[in-house]
Design a protein around this ligand. Structure first.
Ligand code: SF4
Length: 219
């Protein structure tokens, strides 16, 4: 593990003493978790990602995250896999591009549930590992996070930039060190379809679920 001396010590925003961290997957949350851990911050993982399709991929991503949370002695809250609700909300957005309105809906849905759980379980601060990925639009994610927290008195979304000060690089290093499962598409069935169409156009092999791990040859 990276030691505290190699990172800035994080402090939670004023008025908050613990954090509910929405996690999308182990590779994205690995660096975030270690940064919180070495800073002595009290937090729990909230895994709510009904967007991930198919279930095999969902379980692979979740189990990697459970393994890493157990390694650090961090509480892992395994929320619903209510795919019907996700598909209902995605209706009419099947052909939207990544970073568009379907993704706003997808972040909203996941953060709304995170904020509700936080409200019901004594957390006043939420955040997410989603923003660490360079494939994502951080401003879009932060907007969704703030919107989810707004209905609850005293609740805030912590829009800390997990990419900065070497965060993005450590994310890859930790993923390789832990040999995390390496997903090859964002998560939903539409991102799987579009990633495969892109690969096909480039003459590349289609995505194979459950095959690639960080640190494998060629990664
Ligand atoms: S591309 Fe990713 S963020 Fe966008 S809707 Fe699909 S799973 Fe959600």
């Amino acid at each position: 593990m990276t030691t505290a001396a190699e990172r800035d010590s994080l402090t939670l925003p004023r008025g908050h003493d613990k954090l509910l961290l929405h996690s999308c997957c182990a590779p994205c949350s690995g660096e975030v978790m270690e940064a919180l851990h070495v800073s002595g911050i009290d937090y729990a993982i909230f895994f709510y990602n009904p967007n991930i399709h198919p279930k095999k991929e969902y379980l692979l991503r979740k189990e990697e995250n459970v393994r890493f949370a157990e390694q650090h002695g961090i509480e892992f809250i395994d929320a619903d896999y209510d795919t019907d609700n996700w598909f209902a909300r995605a209706k009419g957005m099947e052909y939207e591009p990544e970073r568009g309105v379907r993704c706003t809906m997808c972040f909203d849905m996941r953060f709304e549930r995170t904020a509700l759980y936080a409200h019901e379980h004594g957390y006043s601060l939420i955040s997410s590992s989603l923003g660490i990925s360079r494939w994502k639009n951080m401003a879009q994610i932060n907007d969704c996070g703030h919107r989810a927290a707004a209905p609850y008195d005293g609740m805030a979304y912590w829009d800390y930039n997990w990419r900065k000060k070497g965060g993005s690089q450590r994310m890859i290093e930790i993923s390789k060190r832990e040999r995390f499962y390496q997903q090859e598409y964002c998560g939903c069935v539409y991102s799987l379809r579009d990633s495969n169409l892109h690969r096909k156009a480039q003459g590349r092999d289609l995505i194979q679920i459950g095959v690639q791990y960080y640190g494998d040859e060629g990664e």
